[in-house]
Design a protein around this ligand. Structure first.
Ligand code: G6P
Length: 604
């Protein structure tokens, strides 16, 4: 996830407008920043690693001359944060400059072809291929045709803004699966990832749809669909009445709910981002006698799901532990051990300490993180990444589901390579995985109203139990953690079978008990647990598959689709995230900033 902006103006200098637009987009990424402008038919680029104010101090971004310019704030996906990997990226001749948000899936293939044609690449990014492709086609075509042809060769997700010095008054743009909006001004037009980037200058907006492309000039907008047909953009203009803060949240009242809604996109990007390092991770797993997985907080729940799927699918024991408990596990580590350290921020000190201790004993380390180049990936043997984009809400949502997605892929691939499942079985599992983003979207739209209404009832509760068995248990734990973190309700997760050894003593009339049950073979056993709770007056709520035998016993339920159970952890947490969110809101709390909690914990 990155932020892009382009401004085409009749005024002389737009660099300061680009800079202030980038500041509004910094929530989309902040590891490097850059600007490209056209002045006297020449492209000028200033860019560097660091936050906007740091790069401004070093290079004077806002002093770059030119009335047509593009800017970028980066959240690294391919290539670590560095000056050279910062956008914009240029072709060999310096006549093309590109900013991009998204992931080009076929960039290695394109890079090889372009290198064979003599193009020299400066960065490790996927984005640079577009600059060279355009350069190649400019040999025969006019700028817009060259741009259109280059776009047709890109597979993956993108929002592009491109300068081509032969047509110095235009900013070319294209969109697929990454957000892009046009701002319609007076003598000044904009293109950006998000409305806040230009809200100070215009409230008239056109949302660019998937497959559309075109260009803006200071006085003209050209938009066409994927068939090359011109679109009458005037019919598409909307006038927004958002405040800048609302716009940053895309109209959602809080980042947490925005991030819950971003999960289909985040999961899709994570699946698209599965690269050769994931394959290498599986090789390391196959080559290790003992596998451990460690993490803190929500990431620990993702690790538990992984350990259970590995046991279920591959028959391989993976030992999970909470990272702050590392001293009790490190003694069993040696050079035949592998530690998988899961941390969205890549900076959690407990996970870092566990990693260092295991490393000291000769163990190899795989990091799974959402932040390229953070401490945990840097100190690991191998790093793999989720592509959730920056998560601002303190309570983790999209980073959890993307972690589970990445770990589920590892488990499937490991099982296939180890021969625990055959190729046909593996293929059908990958297919289901690819459909998960769409299913996630459906679950969000089906259960948001349910969560809003139940959240109002929960707002009056002081306690709740979350019970589950097997792979449902980490989801119960994660659901309870969300409720505790943001709604400040004492929510306790327990293995359902164990609940009669103590917790049941607290049950009285209308005590809420949430049962997560996504494994068929454990369903019958849960039946008994539900009866036990109901007999004592509990209000029972279920997260269960469609047509589950448990439905008739429950007071309230949400139904998950009947797909392979290993994918249901990703879907079944969603109603529980929504429930925690709406409960917190009903109680009048700000879910983005829960008291006493930090997004990243860097003290032991
Ligand atoms: C803190 C955050 C949690 C997070 C945990 C681990 O407690 O509030 O949301 O799950 O740290 O963070 P990590 O960045 O290592 O995944």
């Amino acid at each position: 996830m990155c932020g892009i902006i382009g401004v085409a103006s009749l005024r002389y200098n737009v660099a300061s407008i680009i800079k202030s637009g980038l500041e509004k987009l910094e929530y989309r990424g902040y590891d490097s920043v850059g600007i490209a402008s056209i002045a006297s038919n020449t492209i000028l680029i200033k860019k560097g690693k660091g936050k906007i104010h740091e790069v401004e101090t070093r290079y004077g971004l806002s002093r770059v001359p030119g009335s047509i310019a593009v800017g970028h704030t980066r959240w690294a996906t391919h290539g670590a944060p560095s000056d050279v990997n910062a956008h914009p990226h240029a072709d060999c001749t310096g006549r093309v400059a590109v900013v991009h948000n998204g992931i080009i899936e076929n960039y290695l293939e394109l890079k090889e072809k372009l290198t064979n044609l003599g193009h020299v690449f400066k960065s490790e990014t996927d984005t640079e291929v577009l600059a060279h492709l355009i350069e190649e086609f400019l040999k025969e075509l006019k700028p817009f045709e060259a741009f259109r042809k280059a776009i047709s060769m890109i597979r993956g997700s993108y929002a592009f803004a491109v300068l081509i010095s032969n047509e110095p008054e235009k900013i070319f743009f294209a969109r697929k699966d990454s957000p892009l909006v046009i701002g319609v001004g007076e003598g000044m037009n904009f293109i950006a990832s998000d409305i806040p980037a230009f809200l100070e200058h215009t409230r008239r907006v056109i949302v660019v749809h998937d497959g559309e492309l075109g260009y803006i000039t200071p006085v003209e907008i050209y938009l066409e669909n994927s068939k090359g047909e011109r679109i009458n953009y005037l019919e598409r203009i909307i006038v927004v009445d958002w405040t800048p803060d609302m716009a940053r949240k895309e109209g959602y009242p809080h980042f947490m709910i925005k991030e819950i809604h971003e999960q289909p996109r985040a999961i899709r990007d994570t699946i698209r981002g599965i690269d050769e390092n994931y394959e290498k991770a599986v090789e390391l797993m196959l080559d290790s006698e003992k596998i451990f997985v460690t993490a803190a907080g929500t990431s620990y729940h993702a690790s538990l799901v992984f350990s259970l799927i590995m046991s279920k699918l591959a028959g391989k024991l993976v030992i999970p532990f909470i990272s702050s408990e590392y001293l009790s596990y490190a003694n069993s580590a040696d050079e035949n051990s592998l530690l998988i350290a899961v941390s969205q921020s890549g900076e959690t000190i407990d996970t870092l300490m566990a990693l260092r201790e295991f490393k000291k004993r000769g163990a190899r380390i795989i990091a799974l993180s959402n932040i390229i180049g953070s401490a945990i990936p840097r100190e690991s043997t191998l790093a793999i990444y989720t592509r959730a984009g920056p998560e601002i809400g303190v309570a983790a949502t999209k980073t959890f589901t993307t972690q589970v997605t990445a770990l589920t892929w590892l488990a499937i691939n490991f099982s296939e390579k180890r021969g625990a499942i055959n190729q046909i079985e593996a293929k059908s599992l990958y297919k289901v995985l690819r459909d998960i983003p769409e299913k996630t979207e459906r679950i969000i739209s089906m259960y948001e109203a349910w969560a809003r209404s139940l959240g109002r009832d929960f707002a009056n509760k002081n306690n709740a139990y979350y019970l589950g068995r097997g792979i449902s248990l980490p989801i119960a734990m994660e659901g309870a953690l969300k409720m505790k973190e943001i709604a400040y309700i004492h929510a306790e997760a327990y293995p359902a079978g164990e609940s009669k050894h103590g917790p049941i003593a607290l049950i009285e009339e209308n005590f809420p008990v949430i049962f997560v049950s996504i494994e068929d073979r454990l369903e019958r056993r849960l039946l008994g647990n539900i009866e036990e709770m109901k007999a004592r007056g509990a209000y029972t709520i279920g997260v269960v598959p469609e047509n589950s035998i448990l439905i008739s016993k429950l007071d309230n339920y949400v139904a998950m689709p009947r797909i392979s159970e290993i994918f249901l952890p990703i879907l079944s947490i969603i109603p529980l995230q929504l429930l925690a969110y709406y409960t917190a809101v009903s109680r009048g709390y700000d879910p983005d900033k829960p008291r006493n909690l930090a997004k990243t914990v860097t003290v032991e």
